[in-house]
Design a protein. Structure first.
Length: 277
């Protein structure tokens, strides 16, 4: 059976999915055709069900769940850390309520978390590659960096005003809950046994990467800022954990909580229950 798959050009996803997309594990009669695109593009394409298997932001799943269910494996979660708001100045997060924060997109989990933290906050759109120069030049005071883009901001003289993963972990009666960032989604129209096999193959790919770190890290390094290759390994170690192997109840509960809070705030509707495979 031919299956189309797409994943983002980020080191953590490249690490986790390396074995699957490069033929390192046996897929049986499943013939996989994989492509790499930006997470923004994948979020947009997922809303119309473009690929059989796709990585997308947890936020974007709110708009794509008519087409997809969530794989138990391959997810990226922030365990007490995640997207950040950066500035050239050391400032309190309390100031964000009165300031404009530059954002690169509106379907990222970073944007959803930011909207939950500061519902009445002001934002302005700015391409991700323009964010650091704009902050350093004083064009904007604050910028929201998704977890992968945060890697590119290292050694740029910027200060963390707010870590949204750390903030999320302190919320409500579920303190310590991870922040869902990227998920792997599988078409809900596929036969159940195929969807379950694909989810298991993704889990095997994550395990292969953890067992064959040098090889998988070499693949991950193709998608990181080249001047920061020495930082890719700790970055991958932060975001590819046991929960990426199998999210279990911890991950599924966090996803439901994040999307429910977005729904309750009126950011999106709830067209159908979330399905997992």
């Amino acid at each position: 059976m031919k299956i189309t798959m797409a994943y983002p050009s980020t080191p953590d996803s490249a690490f986790a999915l390396h074995a699957l997309v490069s033929g390192k594990i046996d897929t049986g009669d499943i013939e996989l055709s994989a492509t790499v695109k930006s997470i923004t593009t994948l979020n947009n394409l997922a809303c119309r069900g473009e690929y059989d298997v796709t990585t997308l932001s947890a936020h974007a799943f709110a708009y794509a769940r008519d087409h997809y269910m969530i794989s138990k494996a391959g997810g990226i979660f922030g365990l007490g850390f995640g997207p950040v708001v950066l500035s050239t100045e050391v400032a309190s997060a309390d100031k964000l309520g009165k300031s404009t924060v530059a954002i690169a997109e509106t379907t990222s989990s970073a944007y959803l978390a930011m909207s939950l933290y500061n519902p009445s906050g002001r934002t302005m759109m700015l391409p991700a590659d323009k964010m650091i120069p704009a902050i350093r030049s004083g064009l904007v005071q604050y910028g929201l960096f998704a977890h992968a883009n945060h890697l590119a901001s290292r050694n740029q003289g910027l200060s963390t005003v707010l870590d949204l993963g750390e903030w999320w972990s302190r919320q409500g009666d579920k303190q310590g809950q991870p922040l869902p960032l990227h998920l792997v989604a599988i078409k809900s129209s596929l036969p159940g046994e195929i969807a379950n096999r694909l989810s298991e193959l993704i889990s095997q790919s994550v395990q292969y990467a953890r067992d064959n770190r040098p090889e998988a890290l070499a693949a991950a390094s193709l998608y990181g800022p080249y001047e920061l290759l020495d930082q890719i390994e700790p970055f991958v170690d932060k975001y590819i954990t046991d929960i990426s192997l199998d999210m279990g109840t911890t991950g599924s509960t966090a996803i439901k909580e994040l999307l429910l809070r977005g729904q309750n705030q009126g950011l999106f509707d709830d067209p159908k229950p979330i399905e997992f495979c």
